[in-house]
Design a protein around this ligand. Structure first.
Ligand code: DX5
Ligand code: ZN
Length: 232
């Protein structure tokens, strides 16, 4: 995984057909996705349940690129090894998920995965400065975690402040929730480089008609790139 700040679109399979994850992952990558975002929920940290390491291991062979695993679970530490063994390239844990985020991030890096730190809308950037040398990604939530298809919560100020804090360090700024061609530009301008999108990517398509996925991915990418002046 080489580092770049170019815009990356990461479809969230939370909005995919749960009976067809393998084919859905192949379809979004064929249609131009950069990363595949995998939302793990436990019905405890968030009020919804998705799946665990076994499902991640099963879909891994269907993803050519980056498998970006977003853990919305508490506790995190007992499951890190399982998600690393399942083939996660990035494992992201929430700062709100426990009292020892420093230990959690150390354990993620020790597992061989890249370490991500997720921050809920109600959480500020206090303490992030102390973690900058041990993270590869910060995920700024732009919805309350737990469900797809929710309305975007504007976190422009937080993303801008985070981007300034990161400076030249090779740390991705990811935004997650409510991303569409309308909301992507303001986030890209504020400094986000990884745009997670579930509903806005999967709407209108299916594994037997995946072309709309490509149209949707291109629309988000073009809106974001135009906002930061990328010439295509
Ligand atoms: C929310 C998840 C998101 C979600 C995004 O808890 O972390 O990844 O799937 O879905 P949309 O793009 O539909 O808001
Ligand atoms: Zn997510």
């Amino acid at each position: 995984m080489s580092f770049s700040r170019s815009i990356k679109i990461a479809p969230s399979i939370l909005a995919a057909d749960f009976a067809n994850f393998g084919a859905e992952c192949r379809a979004v990558e064929d249609q131009g996705a950069d990363w595949v975002h995998v939302d793990v929920m436990d019905g405890h940290f968030v009020p919804n349940i998705t799946f665990g390491p076994a499902t991640c291991a099963a879909i891994r062979p269907h993803i050519r690129g980056v498998m970006d695993v977003h853990l919305m679970i508490a506790p995190v530490d007992p499951y890190i090894e399982g998600f690393a063994k399942a083939g996660a390239d990035i494992i992201t844990a929430h700062v709100e998920a426990g009292p020892h985020i420093f230990r959690t991030l150390q354990a993620i890096r020790a597992s061989g995965a890249k370490a991500g730190l997720a921050i809920n809308p109600g959480t500020g950037l206090d303490g992030v400065e102390n973690l900058l040398d041990m993270i590869d990604l910060v995920c700024v939530m732009t919805v309350n975690p737990g469900f797809g298809g929710q309305a975007f919560i504007d976190m422009t100020g937080k993303v801008r402040a985070l981007r300034a804090l990161i400076g030249a360090r090779p740390i991705h700024v990811e935004i997650d929730g409510g991303i569409t061609p309308d909301t992507a530009p303001v986030m890209a301008r504020a400094g986000a480089d990884v745009l997670v999108a579930g509903s806005a990517v999967f709407k209108g398509g299916s594994v037997i008609d995946p072309a709309p996925y490509g149209t949707n991915i291109r629309a988000i990418r073009q809106a974001a790139e135009a906002a930061i002046g990328v010439v295509v």
